[in-house]
Design a protein around this ligand. Structure first.
Ligand code: NAP
Length: 248
């Protein structure tokens, strides 16, 4: 008996990077997975194929989490396909860096729409279906306390997410739905490649400040999420776990 046997999980932004690793890890522990993507259909299909070829259950569902109708459709797809919902992992996120001189309204809105509004919309849709022992895991970032220059707006989205998660932990506790946060340090992903962080001075700086002395990998984060999603973490709510090799 695996720790997520019989459970159904939606993982947002699971077409690549940390979300793909979380989806595969939760499936290895027995959960049926909804692999959400916004644009990377091939990436989502590859994650579904990896899960199903190992004997698991998964479907890919396209949805922009920052649009209410699409967020609702994502959650309904999970319930329609698998009959229930137990776990929501809000992993979708975008990061772009800008010094204060370069911050624009568009940059601010793009990041807050996906990283904050997107979490509110998927959570709002999910709480209609999450029963007792439901678990919500929000992926934040250690950047809220590492205070990396030029990350003001991105760090702001993740600080807001931490605050919202704490409120929701209390608000949903009477319904026995737990809400916890995982805050990764620097992780090598498609996103950090595209953002130009991998191979940059910023990456070298992160690794130099990391006591365990290396960059994080998506699987370093996925196991922590699987723990929080499972009943092993039944007495944890409102926690922020920094998964960063010790950087804080
Ligand atoms: P990534 O490789 O860029 O992947 C991002 C994922 O989010 C993709 O699956 C993407 O889907 C999805 N996404 C983007 N916009 C979306 C939207 N509007 N609706 C639904 N999905 C959307 O990112 P990552 O590095 O794995 O990061 C994942 C999470 O970890 C983010 O929340 C990020 O802030 C956080 N984090 C990352 C690091 C790091 O160093 N990598 C550190 C701390 C925290 P499509 O590809 O289909 O568009």
């Amino acid at each position: 008996m695996s720790k997520l046997d019989g459970k159904v999980a939606v993982v947002t932004g699971a077409s690549k990077g940390i979300g793909a690793a979380i989806a595969k890890n939760l499936a290895q522990h027995g959960a049926a997975i909804v692999v959400n993507y916004a644009s990377s259909r091939a990436g989502a299909d590859a994650v579904v194929e990896a899960i199903t070829s190992a004997g698991g259950k998964a479907i890919a569902v396209k949805a922009d989490v920052s649009k209410a109708e699409e967020a609702q459709g994502l959650i309904e797809a999970a319930v329609n396909q698998f009959g229930r919902l137990d776990v929501l992992v809000n992993n979708s996120g975008i990061y772009e860096f800008a010094t204060i001189e370069d911050v624009t309204e568009e940059h601010y809105r793009r990041l807050f729409d996906v990283n904050v509004l997107g979490v509110l919309l998927t959570t709002q849709a999910a709480v209609k279906h999450l029963g007792e022992n439901g678990s919500i895991v929000n992926i934040s970032s250690a950047i809220t306390h590492v205070h990396t220059p030029a990350a003001g707006v991105y760090a702001g989205t993740k600080g807001a997410l931490n605050a919202i998660s704490g409120v929701l932990a209390n608000e949903l506790a009477p319904r026995k739905i737990r809400v916890n946060v995982v805050s990764p340090g620097f992780v090598v992903t498609e996103g950090t490649h595209t953002a130009g962080v991998v191979g940059s001075d910023m990456e070298a700086g992160f690794i130099a400040q990391t006591p365990l002395g290396r960059a994080g990998q998506p699987d370093d984060i996925a196991g922590v999420v699987a723990f929080l999603a499972s009943d092993d973490a039944r007495w944890l709510t409102g926690e922020v776990i920094t998964a960063s090799g010790g950087i804080r």
